[in-house]
Design a binder for this molecule. Structure first.
Ligand code: SF4
Length: 258
């Protein structure tokens, strides 16, 4: 079972595990291209557990993966980047998941509390410099978590049809040059309908904000409900060009990338 404590994490760079040879990753990606999410997750557990880490923002997709992990391997460490700006409904969902599955999602917090962070920057950075805010409160903490847990692979709940970047660059199994680990995206080929069909079929806990037209849920200052006809990401950083928090954006390194 994952630990429930809030661990202070260093902001040091992660160690660099040996990168699997490109043909090995490519073969795995090809084998799993049309596999069911449960089978992709099972493969990841077989290959990498106990050095497998999952990150979730408690979106509907992440809740599906937690349900699957509870059946496949509930001891995989699952983390949440607790920016200090998450909705109360999101934090409460963590408790419902713990009660239902016995999986305690570990909060990973930034170095500075919201109060100290806003004091340091003379106000709320999300208003004018959301990229910096996401970097400080999501990317750096995830990097620190990588250094702490030293995984060989991490699991994310992204779907290809959520953003152009994901559709273009994400693979079911790929090298993540940003964090120097293998990244596994079991739900990449799923649609929104697949996600909600799974939730209904298995009675998976989900964020009640989804019932109020919040299609994609992040931090409260940067999330609003979507209007009829808008796409699901329209409620994230509404009015800004920003569409990604930076965790899933590809970084190319020495010709590599995803
Ligand atoms: S989503 Fe908004 S509040 Fe959350 S870390 Fe990014 S900019 Fe800051």
């Amino acid at each position: 079972m994952a630990a429930s404590t809030l661990i202070p994490l260093p902001t040091t760079a992660p160690s660099a595990p040996a990168r699997p040879a490109d043909p090995i990753l490519a073969a795995a990606a090809a084998d799993l291209a049309n596999a069911r999410p449960e089978d992709i997750l099972r493969w990841a557990v077989r290959e990498y557990h106990p050095r497998l880490l999952m990150a979730t923002a408690f979106g509907a997709e992440g809740c599906c993966l937690i349900h699957m992990l509870a059946e496949i391997e509930p001891n995989v460490t699952v983390i949440n980047l607790e920016t200090g700006y998450q909705f109360p409904e999101t934090l409460e969902l963590r408790e419902r998941i713990k009660a239902k599955y016995g999986i305690e999602v570990v909060y990973i917090r930034p170095e500075l509390s919201v109060v100290d962070y806003e004091l340091e920057h003379g106000g709320a950075l999300y208003e004018h410099r959301p990229d910096q805010c996401c970097h400080d409160r999501k990317v750096l903490p995830l990097r620190a978590a990588m250094a702490h847990y030293d995984p060989l692979a991490w699991v994310s709940a992204i779907r290809a049809d959520q953003t152009d970047n994901r559709a273009t660059n994400a693979g079911v199994v790929q090298w993540d040059a940003k964090f120097n680990v293998v990244k596994v995206n079991p739900l990449l080929r799923w649609t929104k309908k697949d996600v909600w069909g799974f939730i209904a079929k298995h009675d998976v806990p989900y964020n009640p904000l989804h019932d109020q037209n919040y299609a994609s849920i992040g931090c409260w200052p940067c999330t609003r409900a979507v209007l009829p006809g808008e796409d699901d990401r329209a409620g994230r950083w509404a009015g800004k060009v920003k569409k990604e928090c930076g965790l899933h954006v590809v970084e190319h390194s020495q010709g590599s990338g995803i």
